[in-house]
Design a protein around this ligand. Sequence first.
Ligand code: FAD
Ligand code: SF4
Length: 505
Amino acid sequence: MAPRTHWLFGDQLGPHFLDPRHGGPDAHSPVLMIESRSVLRRRRFHRAKAHLVLSAMRHRADELGDRVHYVRAQTYAEGLAEAGAGVGGHRLTVCHPTSRAALDFVTARDEVDVLAARGFLLPRAEFGVWAREHKGDRLRMEGFYRWVRRRHELLMDGDEPAGGTWNLDHDNREPPPRGRPTLEAPAPYSPAEDEIDDEVRHDLDRWERDGEVSFVGRDGPRRFPVTRREALAALRRFVSHRLGDFGRYEDAMLAADPVMSHSLLSVPLNLGLLDPAECVERAERAWRAGEAPLNSVEGFVRQIAGWREYVWQLYWHFGEDYRNRNALRHTAPLPDWFLDLDADAVTANCLSTTLAQVRDTGWTHHIPRLMVLGSRALQDGWNPAAVTDWFHRCFVDGYDWVMLPNVVGMSQYADGGRMTTKPYTSGGAYINKMSDLCAPCAYRPTDRTGERACPYTAGYWAFLHRHRTALSANHRMARAVKGLDRLKDLDQLLDESAQRGGRAP
Ligand code: FAD
Ligand code: SF4
């Protein structure tokens, strides 16, 4: 019998998606890839993101040579028809896709057999067992992360966590070094573009000119890996040269050094070019060889084996209606300056700097995402589904599975606390402590009212006031809410916030 064709989605590009072991596709099976134009037409993506995905798919097709049938079609259904799927008993296999819409699509096709998911540490069923064991409790990342560490024997010495402690967060929350504009860390891996990138740019230009698609952001020189070779080079460079300082300044921000010691590996991980297991295993090896300190290695393992894995599992666990959760009843539309990444329209230095990073690269690290962009949306009461859509479109590593828990749950508290114990938002004091962004700002982090009132400080109190009843029932917020009673200028603060409306702060 001829081997079944294996269909690769655009985020299933590493060798592990074609590995026949452990229930994978047939060895030497022909491969189908479908470049669907309608995906780009439906939404206004960051152009650098469209570039990365198309470049990565076309590079993979180039590597697979005659083995692959690469179809350019308007939709997946059209692509399958063109490939003759289902005709004359032509059956396909596909690894479990990463979005619910894609999973529904493939499971509804009689001619497609869906194989187990790859690119994550745990099968979905195993997470189900863990979640059932914790039924009645709120699911929390920390417990899950420890369970994964035990299960995968990651950073473990026998039954004990390496170094005698599970959590080194207290070593990993330092403010940036004062008086230094950059961390002076060795530069991250930087890929060289080739003729496939030129072809992608040419196509994107043409489609834009023809009015077929519209993008946001700048498609500057490509910064992220699109092939397995590039992804491995990026991982090697990070572990050998940059992992050492990863932990200490993980939450800090520097205007002139957006990347600091972050790994920049979310793109190759989410394109499926790297397997999370190889990333954490390499980091652990570096620690055991005395090449990186435990706080950095534990911090990195926590991000991948903890957060990334947890978010993937929660996406499926929470179900489809999670995307429409709006516990705080926030309905304001996103303002145009935000939608257009118009950093120049913004006076607040933290927000303008972060928006410019997103405009120019489609990437910022987790704290600007959470405490600058997400916090602005939360304080101003923007609709969480629209905020999720914005993050998905504008970030080079954004996919449905990773966006929903991170934005609906973590950043917008729209799930009423299923994912986090409290809303993540703060006044300017936090941003001032953790960055060098406030000193040159036209606003002052300490000012709640008046001409130099910091929009984050004023916004924080206005947010607490608006949700006073709901938040005072939350034991982690009750004290902050009580603080409202001590504010003598609350009425003025609320008046000024209302006057600002959707204007860029
Ligand atoms: P590092 O700081 O070097 O971390 C290492 C790796 O850990 C990352 O590459 C990533 O794979 C993983 N990781 C860490 N935290 C998370 C998390 N919360 N969810 C998933 N993976 C995580 N990450 C995405 O991959 N795609 C997104 O679209 C995305 N959207 C986010 C939106 C918001 C509002 C927030 C708060 C976080 C979001 N994250 C997202 C998580 C995190 O910000 C990025 O993974 C990280 O900034 C990517 O840069 P890095 O590779 O240098 O990460
Ligand atoms: Fe941002 Fe406020 Fe600091 Fe300005 S003063 S950078 S608006 S936190």
